[in-house]
Unconditional design. Structure first.
Length: 103
């Protein structure tokens, strides 16, 4: 079961929210204006999520490697470099247009 609390309630009763998560293992969703803004989970659930995410990402890496096993590594590097540079240029142009400064 997942409980939902308002942001104000989470701020006011932070110790209670953390105790609830620690004692029951249940997640608590924090909402502001009816929209989720955060989730408080147990360290065990967080570690499980992190492990699943790592496994998912490595599965993608393995799949890409298998799909490209017969390609010339230098050609792949050139292609990847070209795409990375294109994305960097696109982000640079977006920042210029919006006036965003680099942090």
């Amino acid at each position: 079961m997942v409980r939902t609390v308002s942001r104000q309630e989470a701020e006011t009763c932070a110790a209670d929210v953390m105790s609830l998560v620690a004692s029951t293992g249940e997640a608590v969703i924090v909402e502001e204006n009816g929209e989720p803004v955060a989730v408080v989970v147990s360290p065990t659930d967080y570690q499980r999520f992190q492990q699943q995410e790592r496994e998912r990402l490595w599965a993608v890496v393995d799949a890409v490697g298998k799909r490209n096993a017969d390609l010339d590594p230098d050609e792949v590097l050139r292609d990847v470099t070209e795409v990375v540079e294109a994305v960097r240029q696109e982000l640079y142009e977006e920042r210029k247009l919006t006036g965003e400064r680099r942090r």
